[in-house]
Design a binder for this molecule. Sequence first.
Ligand code: IMP
Length: 200
Amino acid sequence: MTELLLASNNEHKRREFTRLFPGVRILEPRDVGVSFDFPEDGQTFFANAHGKAAELQRLAGRPVIADDSGLCVDALGGEPGIYSARYGSAQGAPVLDAPTRNRFLLERMNGITERAAHFVCCLVLLLGRDRFLVTQETVEGTITHEPRGLNGFGYDPLFLLPALGLTMAEIPDADKDRLSHRGRAARSMRGLLAAEEDLG
Ligand code: IMP
């Protein structure tokens, strides 16, 4: 597979996918002249990822990969979870920018000492009609008391990798790719794809 259409308009995700699938050209909907905005109303990461992929495949008629991901905080009962992108904004209102959303999360965690959390990434690769591959991975960490670091995107400045003592926004791209939920899910997906291509 030399080209994959990514069911996302998120430039950060596109950059990560370009690194995570070497040798594959990652296209965004606008690259193939499609306007894509999918309402993420599923109850699981998988439902949202599959929904996004299926809708874009219907519009574009070619293989599609979709990512649905988010941050789950133990002390908040798994919040923001599948609502990670919309966290802190009223229903129907525009989503908050990442620094504002991060402040909102830190305020919710004010006084909470138990700060364990994990990121989740579900990838669905739709190969053709009724044919898809799926991988879902996590990375464990804790939530800092202040944002730290300038790399990455979204909740990265709040997500501490305890073994390194650094947030996901303080490590180089190559380390994020090796350790992150998306990096792990993409590695598994590359394995599945290679096996699928071997079968012909
Ligand atoms: P969605 O998958 O487009 O619904 O968006 C998931 C949201 O979760 C993003 O907008 C980010 O805020 C957050 N998120 C997902 N993956 C990451 C990551 O690798 N780093 C930081 N935040 C992430």
